[in-house]
Design a protein around this ligand. Structure first.
Ligand code: ZN
Length: 463
């Protein structure tokens, strides 16, 4: 608190204030988040936490005091944004086992620690902003705020807390932590009240989850919009989609991945015409499942072992040892049956399609969920450039910060990543994130985590 206070004074009043720090990323190809040709051998100049100059390196004047990161031979692009994450889960195979395990081990691993692990994984994967749609209230808000203060690594976060839903959640140990926990509403009035309560507690977005009636959606939307808060709905079927859309829900989550027949052209047209976004979360069952059958070794990605404490790694591995029979994948055959057509319906519809993954769900790790989603879209006909735009510029609209995030241009907040290779040629280059800059701060460089928390503390001690 004291630090933040003195910083404000320093910036606003002190005539001895030092000029803001400069950081320059120089040499690589630049994708700016628009569907325009890349700038080759480009440079991005950052002052403090803002982008101030962008262009061919020969034309960008780099101040002598700037810290320069050589990006030659690589690709620079806006930080990716994840529109559907769950920080309370890490890819463990079974919620019914994970949350009781957490409750049992909370002395050793306070639940907040799990959210911290997820947040760091997302940031190291090049994700500089994310929306968590379902997690424990206190821990979610605390982790969001600690990230925002620079105390722990993670993306900028919008948090929903527990879903507004009929279900109250599973009974038993760990229930309050479970992302299956809901508010247990039974009427439109209660839905409105739960929405108000969530907003009062400090959530950024509202997540609501089927089954809900049209009147309940309407009550939630009206209550949320009074406070300028967006509503995301988790839904599948035609009638659920129609009810949520007509009630004014802002973001339609999971459509196109749900194992249901195609939506009627009339409803799709209405959604397209409205400009309201859909986030299909296409990959989490339909593509993660065959990818694992093809290459079960992905479950032992060495990064997971590095990121998880040994006990958590062992528990996650054990939960996945019979992954073919996990209950979570019971409906996957049906989802795969409709998967390709469902996805193509949205890709070819002209709808605003955002990118989110349900990351953290079984076998859907925070370290690879988003590039797998991107690959699924490219494999189904979306151009790599449009996919990159969706991950960045379009997602910044869903996130509600289109003027600050999502593209690389002067005046925007400095969320920039560097990937090895050319994602326009092979979108899987997005899995090779070498450098991550968030809010002008370097959190990863040359593939290695940079402890910006520690270096900030050290420089404060020296001052
Ligand atoms: Zn979800």
């Amino acid at each position: 608190m004291f630090v933040a206070f003195s910083l404000v004074l320093f910036q606003s009043a002190d005539p001895r204030a030092q000029p803001p720090r400069h950081l320059a990323l120089v040499g690589g190809m630049l994708l700016d988040g628009y569907e325009t040709p890349p700038i080759h051998h480009a440079a991005v100049l950052i002052e403090g936490n803002k982008i101030v100059q962008v262009g061919p390196a020969a034309e960008v004047k780099i101040p002598a005091d700037a810290t320069v990161i050589d990006t030659s031979g690589r690709t620079m692009m806006p930080g990716m944004m994840e529109m559907h994450a769950h920080l309370a889960i890490l890819g463990h195979g079974d919620y019914g086992r994970w949350f009781p395990w957490l409750a049992e081990h909370k002395g050793q691993f306070p639940p907040e620690r799990i959210l911290e692990i997820s947040a760091k994984q997302l940031l190291m994967s090049g994700i500089t902003a994310a929306i968590d749609l379902g997690g424990p209230m206190r821990e979610s808000l605390s982790v969001r705020d600690r990230i925002a203060h620079g105390d722990i690594p993670g993306p900028r976060m919008e948090m929903s807390g527990p879903a507004i839903a009929h279900r109250a959640g599973p009974p038993g140990p760990g229930a309050s932590l479970s992302l299956l926990a809901g508010t247990g509403i039974t009427s439109p009035d209660e839905a409105a009240q739960a929405t108000e309560d969530h907003i009062k507690q400090g959530v950024d977005v509202i997540k609501c989850q089927v089954p809900l009636s049209y009147e309940e959606y309407k009550a939630i939307v009206d209550a949320a919009h009074k406070h300028g808060v967006k509503v995301h709905a988790h839904l599948y079927s035609e009638s659920e989609l129609a009810d949520a859309f007509h009630a004014g829900v802002d973001v339609l989550q999971h459509v196109g991945s749900a194992g249901v027949p195609l939506y009627s052209p009339a409803l799709v047209k209405e959604i397209v015409d409205s400009g309201r976004p859909v986030v299909p979360t296409a990959a989490h069952r339909v593509f993660v499942w065959p990818a694992t059958l093809d290459f079960p070794e992905r479950l032992q990605n060495p990064q997971l072992k590095k990121d998880f404490p040994p006990e958590i790694y062992a528990e996650v591995q054990d939960s996945l040892k019979d992954y073919r029979w996990l209950r979570y994948f019971n409906t996957t055959d049906r989802q795969m049956f409709f998967g390709d057509a469902g996805m193509k319906q949205w890709i070819t519809s002209g709808a605003v399609v955002g990118m989110g993954t349900d990351s953290g769900t079984p076998m859907n790790f925070h370290i690879d969920a988003l590039w797998r989603e991107a690959k699924a879209f490219v494999d189904h006909g979306m151009s790599p450039q449009l996919v990159i735009s969706a991950l960045t510029r379009i997602n910044s609209r869903i996130y509600g910060k289109p003027n600050d995030l999502g593209t690389i241009e002067p005046g925007k907040l400095a969320d920039v990543i560097v990937v090895d290779g050319n994602p326009l040629f092979d979108i899987v280059a997005l899995s090779h994130v070498e450098t991550v800059v968030k809010d002008g701060v370097v959190w990863k460089k040359d593939g290695v985590f940079v402890d910006a928390v520690k270096s900030r503390r050290t420089s404060q001690d020296e001052n």
